[in-house]
Design a protein around this ligand. Structure first.
Ligand SMILES: [Zn+2]
Length: 173
């Protein structure tokens, strides 16, 4: 076990596809507890993209939307419908998923079911062009970090993919 890079304590979920929507089946509560079934519905493209090494967000299609003039218009994680005007959103790629640490917490002991190996930094990331603050975890844990440090997205793809939000993580630049 590396002391420098955070690992996950998880097994990949079973993946079903129903009409383009991913449905994950995941034995969260162990063999006796049965499977946890969860569909990503219209947000499926976000999870597919993570496994292709890409970060997708959504943008409002309504030109009259109160936030359509804003410089930062992309929502990450995505929303199927605009939270401001309820219009349908469109998919856009965050071309260069590099940003800065907005705030962080050092987690020494996780709660029941946490699949991230402790200790680790839980971080909030500010990305150019994105109007939301993106929550995630930092792979590095051997250094002191500070607000404003630069980070870039890392993705779990192929056999490493968990098909969950854990497939997006961050590393110090
Ligand atoms: Zn809108």
């Amino acid at each position: 076990m590396s002391h420098h890079i955070v690992k996950l304590n998880t097994t990949p979920s079973e993946l079903n596809v129903r009409e383009d929507a991913w449905v994950i089946e995941w034995p969260r509560a162990g063999a006796k507890g049965g499977n946890h079934h969860h569909t990503y519905g219209q947000l499926t493209p976000y999870f597919k993209a993570l496994n292709e090494g890409k970060l997708l967000g959504t943008r409002c299609t309504n030109k009259k939307c109160p936030t359509s003039d804003a410089e930062e218009k992309i929502w990450v994680p995505p929303r199927a419908d605009c939270p401001d005007c309820h219009a349908r959103m469109e998919w856009v790629e965050v071309e260069k998923p590099e940003g800065t640490i907005y705030t962080y917490t050092y987690v020494e002991r996780g709660g029941y079911g946490l699949e991230i190996e402790c200790p680790y930094y839980q971080i909030d990331v500010r990305l150019p062009g994105v109007c939301t603050i993106v929550k995630g975890y930092l792979l590095n844990r051997d250094k002191k970090i500070k607000i404003g440090d630069k980070v870039r997205a890392r993705f779990r793809t192929g056999k490493e993919a968990t098909h969950t939000c854990l497939d997006l993580s961050w590393e110090l630049v």
